[in-house]
Write a protein that binds this ligand. Sequence first.
Ligand code: BYC
Length: 332
Amino acid sequence: MYSTDLRTDQEKKSADPQVLDDAKLWDTFQSRIDNGDVIEAKDDMPEKYRQTLIRQISQHAHSEIVGQLPEGNWVTRAPTLKRKLILLAKIQDEAGHGLYLYSAAETLGRSRDDMVADLLSGKAKYSTIFNYPTPTWADIGTIGWLVDGAAVTNQIPLCRCSYGPYARAMVRVCKEESFHQRQGYEIVTVLAQGTLAQKALAQDSLNRFWWPSLMMFGPSDSASTHSSQNMKWKIKRHSNDELRQRFVDATVPQAEFLGLSIPDADMRWNEERGSYDHGEINWDEFWAVIKDGGICGKDRIRARRAAAKDGQWVRAAAHAYAQKQETKERVA
Ligand code: BYC
C-alpha cells in the first residue's frame, strides 16, 4: 500500500538487470564496496546484490513478525502484572523491527504487500526457531536469553552492512534486542535461583531451545550457499560458524553461573583455540523444519493469515485516509 521505493521511473528502467550486470559495473561496484562505501537506495547496484538483500531483509522482517507468536502465547498467562507489561513491550518492539525491515527492503523496489504475500503463501522463509513451541513460562525467559542473544550476536555486524538502509535499521534493533536478552536472562535467573521445580523448568527449557538457537546462525559454512558472495559484498561480515562460535563462547559461562547444564555431552573448553568445542548440530532437523515447518509452522502461517484478514479493514481505512489527505494537499 505505502511504498518506500525511492527510485524514479527512469531510475527503475535503468536498473534493468542486464544493464547493471555488465562486467564493468560489477567491478566499479565491487571497488566501492572494497573502499568501504555505504550503498544507498538510489545508487547503481548489481541486480544480484539487490535481490540478495531483498531476500535476506524480507526473511529477517518475517522472522520479527512471526517471532511475536511464540511469546504472544504467554501474554495472558504471565505470572505478574509487571511481567506482562514487560512481555507486551518486548513483543511490540518485535513488531517495530518488522516494520523498519519491510521499509528497508522496500527501498530496493519490492512492495511490502508482495513480501507479506510471499509469507502468507508459505513461499518465504523465516527463522526456524519460531517453529518451536513455548509450552512453559520458562520458555519466555529462554527466548530472551538465547534467541535474542543469538539474534544480537548475528545482528551487531549487520550494523556495518554495506547497504545503508539495512545497516541503519539494525542500530536501533540491536539496542532493543540487547535489552530483550537481559530481560530473558533475568527471568531465567529468578527461576534458576527459585524452588527445585522452578529450576527444573528452566533446565527443561534450555534443553529444548539450545540446539534450535544454534541453528539460527544458518547452515555450517561448508553448506552455506550465500556466505562467500555476501561476505565479498560486505552484507555479511562474519561467517555463520564464526558467529555461532561467538554465541557459544558467550553463553556457556552464563549457563554455568546459573547452575544450568548445556545439553551437549561434547561441550568442552579448548585451551588451544581459547573457545568451546561443541557437539554436532542435527542438520537433518534444521532442513526438515525449513522444508515442512516443524511442530508449529502450520499454526504460525494460519495465525498470520488470520491477522492479515482481520486487519484488512484497518489497512483499507488508512489507505482511504491517506488518499483523502493527498487530494486535500493537491487542491490547497
Ligand atoms: N531459518 O547460505 P545461507 C529475532 C536459509 S528475529 C530459516 O547461510 P545467508 C526475534 C537461508 O535463508 C532475527 N532459514 O544464507 C524476533 C538460505 O535460504 P534461501 C532473525 C535459514 O542468508 C522475535 C539457506 O538457508 N534474524 O531476533 O547467507 C522474537 C542457506 O543459508 C536459516 C535474521 O533474520 C534459519 N535459521 O545466511 C525474538 C538475521 N538459516 O533463501 C527474536 C538476518 C539459513 O537461499 N539474516 N537459512 O533458500 C542473516 O543474517 C542471514 O540471512 C542468515 C543466513 C545468517 C540467517
